[in-house]
Design a protein around this ligand. Structure first.
Ligand code: DGL
Length: 295
C-alpha cells in the first residue's frame, strides 16, 4: 500500500513494517526472534555492512549512520517501530533517536547483565562485546549500578564481529572461520576460568548481536554448564508490548510465509546477507536486495 510519508509517520498503521537495523548481519539474530514471536508482522531489515564493524569506529560515526538509517526507514518504508538490533548503535544513539523521533516506538539492545545475575550461581559473570559498547558511558553506568551484586569480567572482542560478518561468504573470505576460532580462544582465555565452582565464571553475556551466531563454537569451548545469555527474545517481547500498547500489532490471523513479510537490504556484501538470511532464517535469496547507496 502506498502511504503518504507524513501521514504514515504521524499516524502509523498496524500494516506498516517494523524497521530493524544493525552494522551488518548480527541483527538477524534479533530479527529471527521478532519473526518467531510475531510471525504476522512485516519487517524491513537494513544491514549497514559497508560500514561494519561499528564497534571499532567512533561514537560520532555510529550515531551519524544510525540517524541516517532511521530517517530512511521512516521516510521510505514508513515503519511503525524501530528495533536497533545492535548494542554498539544503541549505546551511541538511542538517546538521540528518542529525541529526534519521540512519536516512534523505539527498542534498543544492551548487554543482558540483569538477566545474567538471575542465572549465575557463582556470582562471577563474563561479558563480551565490542569496544564501542563496553567503553560507552551507557554500559559503564549499567555496570556500576550492578557492581555490588556480582563480579563482572569484561572483554572487548576486536575483530570478532567482522570475522563473523565474513564467515558467511567463505569464497570471499576463506580464513574467517579459522579467525573466529582463534579470536574466541584468545578472548575467553583473557576473561578467566569458566565453570561452576566458586570463583569461576558460570555465565557469559553475549553483548553483541553478531556473537549469537557463534554460540555453538562458544558452547564447544565452554562445555554444557556455562549459561550463554543473549537478548533476541526479550527484545522481541518488548517490541510486542510496545506495539500492543500503541494498538499497532498485526492480528495473528494475517500470518503468512516469511518470504512475504521480510525484506532485507544491504549496502555491502549481498551474497553474504543472502547466505546468512538463508542459513539462519530459511529465507530465499530473493528476500535480499541492494540498499539505497545514498543513505
Ligand atoms: N552487532 C553489533 C553489536 O551488537 C555491532 C558489531 C560491530 O559492527 O562491531 O554491537
Amino acid at each position: 500500500m502506498a502511504l503518504n510519508p507524513v501521514t504514515a509517520l504521524l499516524n502509523p498503521m498496524s500494516e506498516s513494517p517494523i524497521g530493524v537495523f544493525d552494522s551488518g548481519i548480527g541483527g538477524l539474530s534479533v530479527l529471527r526472534s521478532l519473526h518467531a514471536l510475531m510471525p504476522a508482522e512485516h519487517c524491513v531489515y537494513w544491514a549497514d555492512s559497508a560500514h561494519a564493524p561499528y564497534g571499532e569506529k567512533s561514537e560520532a560515526f555510529v550515531r551519524q549512520r544510525s540517524l541516517a538509517i532511521a530517517q530512511h526507514l521512516i521516510d521510505q518504508h514508513h515503519i511503525k517501530a524501530l528495533v536497533v538490533a545492535c548494542n554498539t548503535a544503541t549505546a551511541a544513539t538511542i538517546h538521540y533517536l528518542r529525541q529526534r523521533h519521540p512519536q516512534l516506538s523505539l527498542i534498543g539492545v544492551e548487554p543482558a547483565l540483569k538477566p545474567a545475575l538471575q542465572l549465575s550461581r557463582t556470582q562471577h559473570i563474563g561479558v563480551i562485546g565490542t569496544r564501542g559498547t563496553l567503553g560507552s558511558d551507557k554500559f559503564q553506568r549499567l555496570l556500576a549500578s550492578l557492581q555490588d551484586q556480582a563480579q563482572f569480567s569484561v572483554q572487548a572482542c576486536n575483530g570478532l564481529a567482522l570475522a563473523i560478518e565474513h564467515s558467511v561468504n567463505p569464497d570471499a573470505h576463506p580464513q574467517a572461520s579459522v579467525q573466529i576460532t582463534e579470536l574466541l580462544g584468545q578472548y575467553l582465555q583473557a576473561l578467566g576460568t569458566f565453570g561452576t565452582q566458586a570463583g569461576q565464571i558460570d555465565t557469559l553475556v553475549l553483548g553483541c548481536t553478531h556473537y549469537v551466531f557463534v554460540e555453538s563454537s562458544l558452547r564447544q569451548l565452554l562445555g554444557p554448564h556455562v549459561h550463554l545469555v543473549s537478548t533476541g527474545e526479550p527484545v522481541a517481547k518488548q517490541t510486542q508490548r510496545l506495539l500492543q500498547a500503541a494498538g499497532l500489532l498485526r492480528s495473528a490471523s494475517q500470518e503468512r510465509a516469511p518470504t512475504e513479510h521480510i525484506r532485507l537490504m544491504t549496502n555491502g556484501d549481498l551474497a553474504g546477507l543472502q547466505a546468512a538470511a538463508n542459513r539462519w532464517l530459511g529465507l530465499p535469496e530473493s528476500a535480499c536486495e541492494r540498499a539505497d547507496p545514498q543513505v
